[in-house]
Ligand binder design. Structure first.
Ligand code: 13P
Ligand code: NA
Ligand code: ZN
Length: 318
């Protein structure tokens, strides 16, 4: 059953848990996520990024993804556009029936430069206005979360932390439902070079922003834990993923206690898929039947999603 992000996160707020937002780029991955949610009786956010899928035709992909999410009876699911870069990305998603969109206007379009506060507000405000007729929710971003290469030494300097005064102003001026806050996390499979990197979440900053914005739902991006076993399995089967440290599950639980209600979690399930697929192919070199290859990949993906739903406290809430 499709619902808006605001509805899902209001329930999470009342229940004191967070809803996982899992990135998918194919129908098989979406089924793995939705099967996990159904078995866990968990609400879920299925999220896709514009331009990132296994298919050439975005419109057909989004149309089928929406149909799939809508038909999973009993699973309260949000279909969310992750990291919309432009106004047009968001409008296309809304036109395809997404119930939530993120406009990531924290960087100037086409560059890695932080956008000015005024530019971020202006673009985000336009998206909020575009979403209003359909009732879709909108997530904005303040500060810049570390990028794919932020795991190398110097990462913290690359993160522009969210500022509580600006957060209040941003929400007042844009009317967003949810706010992604830069509080020390970093995107991608290569995160921090030391174990302490995964324990540097600024919990006080989360609590301060939440205290000042009681009606806005806070979102944690770049929250994967980068399990060492998954990286080791990939690398033992021909992969070359640089080992690094992600955000520990304990840190995420503390983040939830401080007020985080949506946790974006892409890399961990991608690592689980890749580990399972590489292991299967190397152990079964004669198998060419795609269903036999996809089954373990989907199983690894689903198991990772299941584990996170339990850690986030969303299991049993649907
Ligand atoms: P990870 O790369 O840590 O999984 O973060 C995902 C994310 O923030 C998607 O928006
Ligand atoms: Na998002
Ligand atoms: Zn993100």
């Amino acid at each position: 059953t499709l619902q808006t992000l605001r509805t899902a996160l209001a329930a999470a707020e009342a229940g004191g848990y967070a809803v996982g937002a899992f990135n998918v780029s194919s129908i098989d991955q979406a089924i793995a996520v939705l099967d996990a949610a159904a078995a866990e009786r968990s609400p879920v956010i299925v999220q896709a990024i514009a331009g990132m899928s296994a298919y050439d035709d975005e419109s057909r992909w989004w149309h089928r993804l929406r149909g799939l999410v809508a038909e999973y009876g009993g699973v309260p699911a949000v279909l969310h556009l992750d990291h919309g870069r432009t106004y047009d990305d968001c409008v296309r998603a809304i036109d395809h029936g997404f119930t939530s969109v993120m406009i990531d206007a924290s960087r100037t379009s086409g560059t890695d430069e932080p956008a000015s506060f005024a530019d971020n507000v202006a673009l985000t405000r336009r998206v909020v206005e575009a979403a209003a007729p359909s009732g879709a929710s909108v997530e904005g971003e303040l500060g810049t979360i570390g990028g794919a290469e932020a795991g190398i030494a110097g990462v913290l300097e690359e993160i522009v932390f969210a500022d509580p005064d600006q957060a209040v102003e941003f929400v007042e001026q844009t009317g967003v439902d949810a706010l992604a806050v830069a509080v020390g996390t970093s995107h991608g499979s290569v995160k921090f070079t030391d174990e302490a990197g995964g324990q540097r979440l600024r919990l006080g900053l989360i609590a301060e922003i939440k205290g000042r914005l009681p009606d806005t739902f806070l979102v944690l991006h770049g929250s994967s834990s980068v399990p060492a076993e998954a990286v080791a399995a990939i690398n033992a089967h021909g992969g070359e993923v640089r080992p690094s440290y992600g955000i520990t599950p304990a840190q995420k639980s503390e983040g939830i206690a401080a007020g985080i209600r949506k946790i974006n979690q892409g890399t961990d399930s991608h690592l689980a898929w890749s580990a399972a697929l590489r292991t299967f192919l190397q152990d079964n070199p004669a198998v060419v039947e795609p269903s036999e290859q996809l089954r373990p990949a989907m199983g690894g993906f689903r198991a990772m999603v299941t584990q996170r739903m339990r850690e986030f406290g969303s299991s049993g809430r649907a």
